[in-house]
Write a protein that binds this ligand. Structure first.
Ligand code: FAD
Length: 367
């Protein structure tokens, strides 16, 4: 195998498509579940918050597209597709692009060899010259370091909001998934208290990687108007303990709250690189450190694509952001294989090839 891409989500499929366009041979996507597995695993009804709109022909590629010539907005006829619908778009894209995907292959480790990398998988060892890690983070929920967190259920483990018992629910964490949980729970008749350490709902950052997206804000405002959701700011939950009447949540400032049933943890996700963590260095925030080509700083030939790609202050945590780095990785691999990269020009023309990060200034939005 020339290139093994681990994970068939938007990142793995998107970079596979670029490699196909420039003619890199023998590229395989290895997926432990099915194409788009993480999206199938989202809570039922949860939708993409970035809008889809088929504006590709005017050079404005649908924000949720993984290629310059596809649009979930057009193919799904939805502006905010839910997880299951978006997974169907990914399946269709893999088929239409003619990508080679092997499903049911779980990768557990990597080992450098004299030439290339040995990949340990659930179906035996595979050898590849290059590995592109594209496992995302949905499969590695974080408990936020909260003592007793096993008493709660993480957002990523909830199939649907109806499955949460009780009329009153506490949600720990007030960013995108916390507010999505609150709105979803309220929609099935629950009274919800959101305990947020940082009041993301009050932040006015222009970068949606740091503040609530307009879509979530809009849904929250509508739900707040109905009076079923209470937001508590500065609530830094550090521990939880079972009591006779429920589960007590302890804040670092001495406050506490009694949750009648298991609270919902919306405390984010850990790094999705754990199987290969010995081959990455990590910065103070826990993000993998990368070369300018998004390659591991310690293991040449191992690349990262997806939401954990970061350079300086720039976090590529949305699809419309991280897709702009697929061509960077493809260009690096093609360069080592002596493959012609002129086909990448179309990516640059379509804002899908971002190698000059000076353009991503925070303050580009004045009103
Ligand atoms: C509720 C929610 C809403 C979101 N909304 C948006 C949005 O509106 N817009 C946006 O841009 N982003 C959104 N995101 C983030 C977005 O979903 C992720 O950034 C995106 O899915 C990352 O793509 P990926 O391909 O890197 O990872 P994933 O989509 O998670 O795909 C990774 C794949 O790798 C597979 N895999 C994992 N481990 C292994 C292994 N060891 N071996 C083999 N295969 C493996 C998984 O099964 C999965 O199919 C949202 C996330 C959540 C949770």
């Amino acid at each position: 195998m020339n290139v093994a891409i681990v994970g068939a989500g938007p990142a793995g499929l998107g970079v596979a498509r670029v490699l196909r366009d420039i003619g890199v041979p023998d590229v395989w996507v290895l997926e432990r579940g099915q194409v788009g597995q993480s999206f199938f695993d989202w809570p039922a009804g949860t939708r993409l918050l970035t809008p889809s709109f088929p504006a590709n022909t005017f050079g404005l590629t649908d924000l949720n597209a993984i290629s310059y010539d596809s649009s979930p907005g057009w193919s799904l006829k939805r502006e905010h597709p839910d997880g299951a619908a978006y997974a169907q778009y990914l399946k269709q894209a893999a088929m239409v692009f003619g990508l080679d995907v092997q499903c049911g292959v779980e990768v557990s480790a990597l080992e450098p060899q004299e030439q290339g990398l040995a990949i340990s998988t659930s179906v035996g060892e595979i050898h590849a010259n290059f590995v592109i890690w594209a496992c995302g983070q949905f499969n590695t929920p974080s408990d936020g370091g909260i003592e007793g967190a096993t008493l709660a259920r993480h957002y990523a483990e909830i199939p649907c909001w109806q499955s949460i018992s009780g009329d009153e629910v506490f949600v720990v964490g007030g960013y995108e998934s916390g507010i999505d949980a609150a709105v979803g729970l309220a929609s099935v008749g629950k009274r919800v208290t959101v305990l947020g350490r940082d009041a993301h709902w009050l932040m006015d950052d222009k970068d949606p990687s740091r503040a609530l997206s307009p879509y979530t804000r809009q849904r929250l405002d509508a739900t707040l108007a109905e009076g079923q959701v209470a937001l508590v700011e500065g609530a830094d939950v550090v521990a939880m303990e079972r009591e006779a009447q429920g589960i007590r949540l302890f804040g670092s400032d001495g406050r506490s709250w009694l949750s009648p049933d298991a609270p919902v943890l919306a405390t984010g996700f850990a790094s999705g690189t754990k199987q290969v963590s010995s081959w990455f260095e990590y910065d103070d925030t826990g993000l993998p450190m990368l070369t300018p080509q998004d390659e591991s700083t310690t293991l040449p030939g191992l690349f990262l694509v997806g939401p954990e790609v970061a350079h300086g202050d720039q976090l590529f945590c949305f699809i419309y952001k991280f897709r702009q780095r697929f061509a960077v990785v493809a260009n690096a691999i093609a360069g080592r294989l002596g493959v012609d990269t002129s086909a990448l020009e179309v990516y640059r023309a379509c804002n899908m090839y971002l190698d000059d990060l000076t353009c991503c200034e925070d303050d580009k939005c004045f009103c």
